[in-house]
Design a protein around this ligand. Structure first.
Ligand code: FEO
Length: 164
């Protein structure tokens, strides 16, 4: 059994994960539009992972006899100034997601809901990985500034994510 408060914040997190997926699909579409297909592939894969995060919470809530309540997903931005702009925004977004997960963990601790706290540990670890991988790309983009050659090399590298 799960408390109403935890049920509500987990439902909000499902929405946030679907929004993340939507945001990354919008970013992928932006990359497709400027023909950086490797960046687009990376973002499409990221979007799928976010959807999986939402489904993990969906499954958990059902298992704990909670009630899943799906709300509308906010419209993501449509345009960015550059690949650097996209990754600056992605990094900020992932840090916000981390804070949101940490907030839920602190609520579960307050309620002594150890099962949910344990379930969320996976998300805490995942956020460390996600922030790290986004920051790696962001730092490269910051370093290369406006170098088209650098951008194309990074595009080729990111396109390989499809082969993971
Ligand atoms: Fe599911 Fe990137 O946070």
């Amino acid at each position: 059994m799960i408390s109403k408060q935890i049920e509500q914040v987990l439902n909000e997190q499902i929405n946030a994960e679907f929004y993340s997926s939507y945001l990354y699909m919008a970013m992928a579409a932006y990359f497709r539009s400027i023909k950086l297909n490797g960046f687009a592939t990376w973002m499409e894969k990221q979007a799928k992972e976010e959807e999986e995060h939402a489904l993990k919470i969906y499954e958990y809530l059902n298992k704990r006899n909670g009630r899943v309540s799906l709300k509308s997903v906010k419209e993501p931005p449509f345009e960015w100034k550059s690949p650097l702009d996209v990754f600056e925004a992605t990094y900020v977004h992932e840090q916000e997601v981390t804070k949101s997960i940490e907030r839920i963990v602190s609520l579960t601790d307050g309620e002594k809901d150890y099962a949910t706290s344990s379930f969320l540990q996976w998300f805490i670890d995942e956020q460390v990985e996600e922030e790290y991988s986004v920051l790696q790309i962001l730092e490269k983009l910051r370093m290369m500034k406006d170098s088209n050659q650098g951008l194309l090399m990074l595009d080729a590298e990111l396109g390989k994510r499809n082969e993971d």
